[in-house]
Design a protein around this ligand. Structure first.
Ligand SMILES: NC(=O)CC[C@H](N)C(=O)O
Length: 731
């Protein structure tokens, strides 16, 4: 009997400790909210008026915090944290590894006379120099000049994890290049604030700040931790590289929104308590479509805070899952044949006067305002679709895109048939000045109808990568393991650029003698015409769409290397430079990091697959084959040469099939090793990633197929790998 799988399964017959991890939840979760956050309320309590005001100004207006104020804030943070049992602090940041990073330092400071005190200063709060030479930097820093530093981001509140005070920070090199996800995001948020605030002057002069908002939806799988440990592919790559589909998967749709299993519920409850304490406003939990797949979503928040909260959440989820003897899978496609996991990013723009700019208002003016931001967003996606595609590209997301309710790689915008008709009406607006009749017609029958239309906007299209959902756009293409900062940086940068262009064009028409509204209608009309190609209402999976998209000139960048190649287009490099997000070197470095990561991920998968196929699958198959051979020999002994043949027919055929599949695996692995070696020796990162994508990865399929065939032949008792049905249906 193969040991690991069966030992893991033996722990299951639902030992009490796995089930009885019940969690007490207070009746009012709100009472826990922000308990471990240096929130506005806590700051009011711990800071002087001057220091409090200074932080608020930094958050709202981006003003600098003076050194003496930082000292006060540091002491206040330390006092607050120590009152909660905290001993250490860390700059908490998001390097380009895709996970979060922290290096803890103690408040403990020895002083003269053999004594010691707890100390924290403004200098330490503002800036730290972690010896961070091992983080990906795409050649920006060499190890011999490995200086990078982390700098406090006061726009995201500090929080406590365990006994550590975590200070959200950005990570940059000494020469000023960004080395993390957050620094460029903050730049993009700033750019869209300026651009949108300036456009808002047409509609409401009271608006002085526009803040983009993000509501992410986190999908994930839970697998029993013992079963997880028994699958080397899950442990090393986050996904199963082998495994026959179980007879029952998600065909009956009986998991989606079904009653949540008790053990999972306990995990969710504990997770929600932790989220509440950390100020992550989670509100929604449910079973997702695939067996053992779930989702969690919070209220939307300002993008910067929402991004931090998602990164923090992923960390906490893994810890809490562990306590409940689960392992959490964030991989976009851990199991073939069932739904993968996304992290849909719901994006909108909010003003400091309390308006959502992607929500129509009570009067025609407000609706024109809505249309302005709506059409500009579509135009931005039209202009920069490939950049958006690149921002969601990863080896793991490649497995997910294009099937099972995840969008295809072709970027398009879905707005629903009714809004589509409104845009078609607007396309007919007269060029230049509008007659009073046309103005009234537009006001009453086109723009004026929008709120009604949206009330009934029930259209949903799960095959769309970018869908309007009534008062926000949902970027459905983002993968579950991604840091949302990357797509949010692109989204806000392209929106900013588009709104800047819009402002210039409208101003030029106004200067040419048109009234403001006329100018806006004129520019929007042109934008609708120019962006029509990106709008698509149909089935994103159909072959017809792929053909139609090609005709429309939309790219279908199916793989990460293709998407990343496009990212280096001069148009995008110039955009980043113009908007002050990245210089060319930074884009190149990031592109390089992503390519290297892609190649490394495929390389690891190839090695793990070769190992499992050769060292686990083939020996088990041969073991079973030997039993069959014994059986055939036995039959021959008993029945003699003539009679045994018909009796041993099925066994003989199985023996042959096993040999055929074993030989397929063996040859497949040999080819894979050769292809890997060839890819590994390529020095150009783009070419190397292409080799891994086109030469290495395709070899996985044959090996998997042969192994999955064997899984159906070999005695279950001898099969070494925990099966899909065991991982997906253990609750
Ligand atoms: N119901 C859903 O929205 C499923 C979404 C799907 N899991 C994805 O990969 O995006």
């Amino acid at each position: 009997m193969s040991t690991l799988r069966f030992k893991a399964l033996e722990t299951l017959p639902f030992k009490d400790f796995r089930r009885d991890n019940s969690v007490e939840v207070p009746v009012k979760l709100s009472e826990l909210f922000c308990q471990n956050v240096f929130s506005e309320e806590t700051m009011r309590e711990y800071l002087t008026k001057e220091a409090f005001q200074s932080i608020m100004d930094a958050v709202k207006k981006g003003t600098k915090i003076q050194r003496h104020i930082a000292d006060q804030v540091a002491v206040a943070m330390k006092d607050w944290a120590m009152s909660k049992g905290v001993t250490h602090y860390t700059h908490w940041f998001q390097p380009l590894t895709g996970t979060t990073a922290e290096k803890h330092d103690s408040f403990f400071t020895p002083i003269e006379g053999g004594r010691a005190i707890e100390r924290f200063s403004g200098n330490l709060l503002i800036q730290q120099e972690p010896d961070a030479s091992s983080f990906p930097n795409g050649g920006i820093r060499n190890t011999f000049e490995a200086r990078g530093y982390t700098a406090w981001d006061p726009t995201s509140p500090a929080f406590i994890m365990g006994t550590t005070l975590c200070i959200p920070s950005i990570f940059i090199s000494y020469t000023g290049e960004t080395l993390d996800y957050k620094a460029p995001l903050l730049r993009a948020l700033n750019a869209v604030d300026e651009a949108a605030t300036s456009v808002m002057q047409y509609f409401d002069k009271n608006v002085t700040k526009v803040t983009p908002t993000l509501g992410w939806e986190q999908e994930y799988f839970l697998v029993d931790s013992a079963l997880y440990q028994s699958r080397p592919d899950l442990v090393l790559t986050g996904k199963t590289l082998l495994g026959h589909s179980p007879a029952k998967g998600q065909q009956l749709d009986d998991h989606y929104f079904g009653s949540i299993p008790t053990r999972v519920m306990n995990f969710m409850k504990e997770l929600e308590i932790e989220c509440m304490k950390l100020g992550i406003p989670v509100t929604t939990r449910h079973n997702e479509v695939a067996p053992n797949q779930f989702e969690l979503a919070p209220m939307f928040e300002e993008v910067n805070v929402a991004v931090d909260h998602n990164s923090l959440l992923m960390d906490i989820m893994a810890r809490v899952a562990h306590k409940h003897h689960f392992h959490i899978l964030f991989h976009e496609k851990p199991f073939a044949g069932v739904n993968g996991s996304g992290k849909h990013n719901n994006w909108s723009l909010a003003t400091d006067t309390g308006e959502n700019l992607l929500s129509p208002g009570k009067n025609p003016k407000k609706n024109l305002q809505f249309l302005t931001f709506f059409v500009n967003t579509i135009k931005a996606v039209h202009e920069y679709a490939d950049l958006l595609r690149a921002s969601i590209a990863s080896a793991s997301n490649d497995h997910r895109l294009g099937a099972n309710e995840a969008p295809p790689a072709i970027i398009s915008v879905f707005i629903g048939s009714q809004l589509f008709s409104v845009l078609e009406e607007l396309e007919k607006v007269t060029n230049g000045k509008l007659s009073p009749e046309e103005k009234t017609e537009l006001k009453l029958n086109v723009v004026g109808k929008i709120p009604e239309i949206l009330l009934d906007n029930t259209d949903r299209n799960r095959t769309s990568p970018f869908a309007f959902t009534g008062n926000k756009f949902e970027i459905r293409a983002v993968g579950s393991s991604a840091n949302c900062a990357e797509s949010m940086t692109v989204m806000n940068t392209i929106a900013a650029k588009q709104l800047n262009d819009f402002k210039k064009e409208v101003d030029a028409l106004i200067e040419g003698g048109l009234k403001k509204d006329e100018a806006i209608f004129n520019v929007l009309r042109e934008y609708i015409k120019q962006s029509k190609n990106i709008m698509f209402e149909g089935d994103g999976y159909s072959d017809d769409w792929a053909k139609e998209a090609k005709k429309r000139g939309l790219n279908n960048l199916k793989t990460t290397p293709e998407a990343l190649k496009q990212e280096m287009d001069k148009k995008f490099l110039d955009l980043y430079e113009e908007m002050g997000i990245f210089n060319h070197r930074e884009v190149e470095a990031r592109n390089e990091i992503k390519l290297e990561k892609y190649s490394t991920v495929i390389d690891i998968e190839a090695r793990v697959l070769s190992d499992i196929a050769r060292n686990h699958i083939i020996p088990s198959a041969l073991n079973y084959q030997n039993r069959l051979i014994e059986n055939v020999k036995g039959l021959k002994d008993i029945f003699g040469d003539k009679e045994f043949k018909p009796l041993a027919k099925e066994q003989m055929s199985l023996i042959t099939s096993i040999s055929e599949n074993v030989s397929k695996i063996k040859l497949g692995v040999e080819d894979l090793i050769k292809a890997r070696e060839a890819a590994k020796s390529i020095s150009d990162s783009q070419k190397q990633a292409e080799a891994y994508c086109n030469k290495v990865k395709p070899l996985f399929e044959g090996i998997r197929e042969a192994s999955d065939n064997l899984e159906m032949m070999v005695d279950d008792e001898l099969w070494p790998l925990t099966k899909y049905r065991e991982m997906l249906f253990t609750k």
